[in-house]
Design a protein around this ligand. Sequence first.
Ligand code: KG4
Ligand code: ZN
Length: 335
Amino acid sequence: EKRTLILAFESSCDETSVAVIEDGHKILSNVVATQIKSHQRFGGVVPEVASRHHIEEITICIKDALQEAQVGYDDLDAVAVTYGPGLVGALLIGVTAAKTVAFAHSLPLIPINHMAGHIYAARYVEPIEFPAMALLVSGGHTELVYMPAENQFEIIGETRDDAAGEAYDKVGRVMGVNYPAGKTVDQWAHEGHDTFNFPRAMERDDNLDFSFSGLKSAFINTTHHADQIGETLSKQDLSASFQQAVVDVLAEKTQHALADYPVKQLILAGGVAANQGLRERLERDLAHNPTTHLVKAPLKLCGDNAAMIGAFAYVAYQHGVFADATLNADPSLEF
Ligand code: KG4
Ligand code: ZN
């Protein structure tokens, strides 16, 4: 049987990535050029700097991705690209590159939602079974997504203020950690203890929404107060306390959602899905759940990459979801 090869593009934030994916679940190549170093001295992603890097990197990524996959343009069946949500200038580079390749080689163009891409990173672990639910935690989003069937997404809960990753980056910054701080805070958390007992916002409320700004403020107030009285707090204990509060809230709300929406799979995805504390907690919570089993996005595919875009693109391809040359970036695209 003929295989379907998709050339996928991702450029929504600070990674330029191009991948060649076979049948939506086999990675032939997944080239990721990260710009993190260029943004670190500014303490976060600078949109203009991101756009310039994407322009410089994208043609190199295309060449490398094709070469590594050992395929040529003639072997491809379609081109897929993230067109939102994200930084408009950054998205435009990927969208323009994908349109150009599609037009030049007469290939269909598949428009992809970045968040659907994150969820489909799980496809590299096993096929997605429906109904499914995703706990989607990234730098810009924190949401619970119900998927009754393939290509259907319904947000059933979301953050009312900061995203989980954003909170990690902010408390990390307070402790002097470079952007993005999540990984370091996660490591410190494992070396410390929950001694501060930070607030768990909305944990017991009867809804599926999240809030992390109160936790962030409590953290900042605690460190600020210690500074004023000349006391040095343990970064490990601060991190452990912060992480325990984040994980408790995410895990509690997820249990609540699973009670309301019985599903076959719970998918953990997004940049913060790389968090060891969160992965272990959900593993424990779902270990004895007879109906729902946990599928964690592979560690290497939690952060932004084009392989996840190619995985969902295969579904869109089968559903006949195509765009024409008028496709534009949509920075606030929703499901
Ligand atoms: O999905 P992603 O790569 O980009 C967005 O689409 O936002 O997520 C990046 C976020 C950053 O905030 C980063 O600090 C966080 O994911 N992150 C983590 C960990 N690794 C990355 N947060 C907590 N624990 C981690 N191990
Ligand atoms: Zn992302």
